[in-house]
Design a protein around this ligand. Sequence first.
Ligand code: SF4
Length: 191
Amino acid sequence: MIGIINLNKEIKKCHKCRLSETGINALCGEGNQNANLMLIAQAPGEKEDREGRMFIGPSGKVLDKLLIKADINRKEIYMTNLIKCMLPKNRKPKQDEIKVCSDYLNEEIKLVNPKILVPLGYYAIKYIFEKYAVSFPSKQEFHTICGNPIVVENKIIFPLQHPASILYDNSREDEMIKNYRKMKILLMNCK
Ligand code: SF4
């Protein structure tokens, strides 16, 4: 798909914000460019930044395990980030960084045109909810939206906790496995 190739070239040479000075690689999306489902994570981690690949660090291992349990192959889906460059010391993204970098995500959504958008974690979910004018809950109620699909325009938004959250609190593992299996059902239903 020529559109994605050109977009990725732009991402790789981007210097539109301060994050280009601290990271090694700006990460482009990966996977099936005709996918029905797009996973949207927050930003690359250290290993991803070093090697220029999506989800290859500790959270990638968790993601792989969850995908296997849900019987989803990475080749069936498209994976990308809200912020394309690593956030130093894993800090939170700043509003100006989200504003400038989300143009790339918007373009990817247009080009891949997936039926299901799966934002992972607080910032990606907040961004996608605001983009599609879905009301966003308070921080205290945030957990209640994860795992509940929302239909907007011609898409389904299926917000999920970031796989990395299991690394800090594995009491959520069963719930995450259940939600990834729900994601498989959504994927099968849109074929
Ligand atoms: S984070 Fe996004 S906008 Fe900032 S330099 Fe990287 S690719 Fe460009």
